[in-house]
Design a protein around this ligand. Structure first.
Ligand code: ADP
Ligand code: MG
Ligand code: ZN
Length: 485
């Protein structure tokens, strides 16, 4: 943990999560990405006069899922507000957001720090709002800044914390956990690099032991979790320097420059009054029936912490492995589908975390498009457990399965890879080896017992590695003892 001699950082995060709905928040335009510029627009999201917004019910359902998942309270009756500001990518001249009565408040997100300590950050508010468009600034040869309004009106869920976070490392842990929750709820891809998750960080420092919060700045343009950590550390050090020389930190918005690793002043901070918020006159009060909230509560999936605990309990695997397997919902589902046809949890976990993740990372692929079905993976593991193939052969077979999508038995049959467990056959092989190596046998009988492994190696060679090692071991011991007498 970074220590800031004599000072304590205070951090509050505002995260914008892009919701995975098919259409925008106030119109029927598609949210799909990569579409030609301005092809996903209509009078509503372009803010043409007379066009009226209609709230997309799914965005509310998603907001409620998140609020319930963090143990917050869903406001039965909330409202939308206009946040007024001018920017070229904002054709309406205002953004529809929620202000004094957001749809959700309270609850908390728990996370574990690198030193193993558990912490919780309280949630201040969760609200719905619309995204703005995108300005594409001049590149070589093009003298114009071009505007793409496809993103106008894409639904965002803003999740604002209380100022509970005390270090850059903690901010990182919070974000990792928040992303995991959003992904488990299947309401946001959590992809920060693609801008599907955006984070603004509010930061102040105060002398250690002091209660009163210091004057804060806000950091924007943070586009990776590690970037957040680095930017916060930079800004904490800057503020400490200011306080140390007896000055005051000026309230400001700073832009993080990822390339130069410095924070640049964007504007001295506007107050919320500057936005001239007022109730959105074109949208009615958002009223959410208790019954619907309960329905959503019932449909909530198992959350990450509960899943980890269950994996440890149900499959008897190590905590660390359970954490890795549940890091991604598709991976966790895959594991459970393997376990529907296999009975050794730790063996399956090891296989997933080494073999499967290894193959996937080599191929830059996700588990979603992996060629081997969970059923076939279980089939392979059962073959190893029943000693029909060796562990080493299994890895080869698996690689072929991943390339071709073929079944285990198909590959084993065709390549003659089946392990030899038949004692009669193995006994014959051992006897041949001893016959072919009379000198070594003589030395062995004279006391050079290290030659035992040599004989094993020879049997393996004769059988192309297919002899089942344990049986060979046992039989060889027996035969050699018989010869000694
Ligand atoms: P604004 O209206 O300017 O957005 P909010 O009261 O909504 O301000 O707070 C925004 C974020 O800043 C919240 O996450 C909050 O926890 C955090 N915050 C508020 N005061 C401080 C402070 N003194 N130091 C650090 N973070 C703070
Ligand atoms: Mg705010
Ligand atoms: Zn539209």
């Amino acid at each position: 943990m970074t220590v800031y001699e004599g000072f304590e950082p205070v951090i509050g995060l505002e995260v914008h999560a892009q919701l995975l709905t098919e259409s925008k928040i106030f119109c029927a335009c598609q949210t799909s990405f990569g579409a030609p510029p301005n092809s996903r627009t209509c009078p509503v999201c372009l803010g043409l006069p007379g066009a009226l917004p209609v709230l997309n019910k799914k965005t509310v359902a998603y907001a409620v899922r998140m609020i319930l998942a963090v143990g917050g309270e869903v406001r039965r009756s909330s409202s939308f507000a206009r946040k007024n500001y001018f920017y070229p990518d904002l054709p309406k001249g205002y953004q529809i957001s929620q202000y004094s009565r957001p749809v959700g408040s309270g609850g908390q997100v728990e996370y574990i720090l690198s030193n193993g300590r558990k912490k919780a950050c309280r949630i201040n508010r969760i609200h719905l709002e619309e995204d703005a468009g995108k300005s594409l600034h001049p590149e070589s040869g093009d003298p114009y800044t071009r505007l793409d309004f496809n993103r106008c009106g894409v639904p965002l869920l803003e999740i604002v914390t209380e100022p509970d976070i005390r270090s850059p490392e903690e901010a990182y842990a919070y974000l990792v956990k928040l992303k995991l929750i959003l992904q488990h709820l299947e309401i946001c891809s959590g992809d920060m690099e693609k801008g599907h998750l955006r984070c603004d960080a509010n930061i102040s420092v105060r002398p250690k032991g002091k209660k009163k919060l210091g004057s804060r700045t806000e950091l924007k343009n943070l586009n990776s979790f590690r970037g957040v950590e680095k930017a916060l550390d930079y800004e904490i050090r800057r503020q400490i320097k200011i306080l140390k020389r007896g000055d005051e930190v000026e309230r400001a918005t700073l832009l993080w420059d990822e390339n130069r690793q410095v924070a640049l002043l964007m504007r001295t901070k506007e107050e919320s009054e500057d936005y001239r918020y007022f109730r959105e006159p074109d949208l009615p009060e958002l009223v959410i029936e208790n019954e619907w909230i309960e329905e959503i509560r019932q449909s909530l999936p198992e959350m990450p912490d509960a899943k980890i605990a269950r994996f440890i309990e149900q499959y008897g695997i190590r905590r660390y492995d359970a954490e890795l397997l549940t890091e991604n919902r598709s991976l966790a589902d895959y594991y459970e589908n393997v376990m529907a046809h296999f009975d050794n949890g730790q063996t399956a976990a090891n296989w997933m975390l080494t073999e499967i993740l290894g193959l996937l990372s080599d191929a830059h692929e996700g588990i979603g498009t992996f060629k081997v079905s969970p059923r076939n993976t279980a089939d392979l593991l059962n073959h190893v457990q029943n000693r029909e193939i060796s562990g080493r052969t299994a890895k080869e077979v698996f690689r072929e399965m991943a390339q071709t999508g073929k079944s285990v038995s198909e590959i084993i049959e065709r390549n003659g890879l089946k392990q030899i467990t038949d004692e009669k056959k193995l006994r014959l092989e051992i006897e041949k080896v001893l016959e072919d190596n009379p000198e070594q046998l003589e030395q062995y009988r004279a006391g050079k017992t290290a030659l035992f492994d040599y004989f094993i190696g020879q049997v393996m060679r004769r059988t192309g590695g297919r002899a089942e090692p344990e049986t060979v071991n046992r039989l060889l011991k027996k035969i050699l003892e018989g010869i000694k007498k």
